[in-house]
Design a protein around this ligand. Structure first.
Ligand code: SAM
Length: 255
């Protein structure tokens, strides 16, 4: 359960497990281990408790700035060249919606006015049904939105009971689906896939390769993959060339 250099992650997961043990009146980790060995169904709880659910709007701002200024205009051009009018994005492990909604805001506020005939569709998937429900509610504490430009915080959200509710017109382009990336992929091809702070941090190398194959198959020719800024693609990765080493952005190339 430990990852070098991920103190916060460890704390979040350990706290949940301690709470579970407490509920079940189990006093020590070794007693819990024994309980797990005797009750296979308890592993489902462990799996659910181990999801790391840290996210925020505009996380790693430099990445979103690059998307806004360089990458999305290029992708829109590719979409138009192919006589399409829909730009499709997949946010894998979307947590409570912070990442896909950030995409939608950038598109609606900054880019769509330049390309009024192009539409954005963001498919946002997460394995955790509670997070998907929360994402659909689109209500956030200030700490989640504080990296957004000040005027956005006031103009694009309604403030009620100490929470910031994203206005409905900014939610419309984002579709949330409960889905395990190890098992399923949303339908159709995507121009851009964001798979940040999930597979390439928490999954074993073999699983990472399987997920990369899945993502490769789901991306349009010339489409782009963005991973977390502190992540790397596993050794031996094929089918992607580097767009930005620093921002961890990769372009699909044929296998
Ligand atoms: C640390 S958060 C990252 C959120 C967001 N991508 C970001 O970078 O801010 C990881 C998310 O991945 C989700 N997750 C974990 N395992 C998953 C799986 N097998 N399939 C889809 N989502 C998963 C978790 O529920 C959590 O919401």
């Amino acid at each position: 359960m430990r990852w070098e250099g991920f103190r916060k992650v460890r704390t979040q997961v350990c706290k949940r497990i301690a709470r579970r043990m407490n509920q079940m009146h189990i006093k020590s980790v070794s007693d819990y281990r024994e309980f797990l060995e005797k009750h296979a169904e308890e592993w489902d709880w462990i799996e659910a408790l181990s999801h790391v659910t840290i996210s925020r709007f505009y996380r790693d701002k430099a990445v979103f700035k690059f998307l806004e200024n360089d990458l999305l205009p290029l992708l829109v051009k590719q979409v138009s060249d192919r006589k399409r009018n829909l730009l499709r994005v997949w946010s894998v492990g979307c947590c409570s919606g912070e990442e896909p909604y950030t995409m939608a805001l950038i598109w609606k506020v900054r880019l769509q006015p330049q390309w009024p005939n192009v539409r954005l569709e963001v498919m946002a998937t997460d394995v955790d049904s509670k997070l998907i429900q929360r994402a659909k509610q689109a209500a956030y504490p200030y700490s989640s939105i504080k990296a957004l430009p000040n005027e956005w915080q006031h103009q694009l959200f309604d403030q009620r009971n100490g929470l910031f509710y994203l206005k409905p017109e900014y939610q419309r382009d984002v579709h949330f689906v409960e889905q395990d990336v190890r098992v399923t992929t949303p339908q159709g091809l995507f121009d851009l896939v964001l798979c940040r702070n999930l597979a390439f941090t928490y999954f074993e190398i073999e699983q990472q390769h399987k997920i990369l194959d899945r993502i490769h198959a789901a991306i349009q020719p010339d489409g782009v993959l963005v991973i977390g800024i502190q992540e790397d693609l596993p050794e031996g990765t094929q089918g992607f060339s580097t767009c930005s080493e620093k921002l961890k952005i990769f372009k699909k190339v044929p296998l």
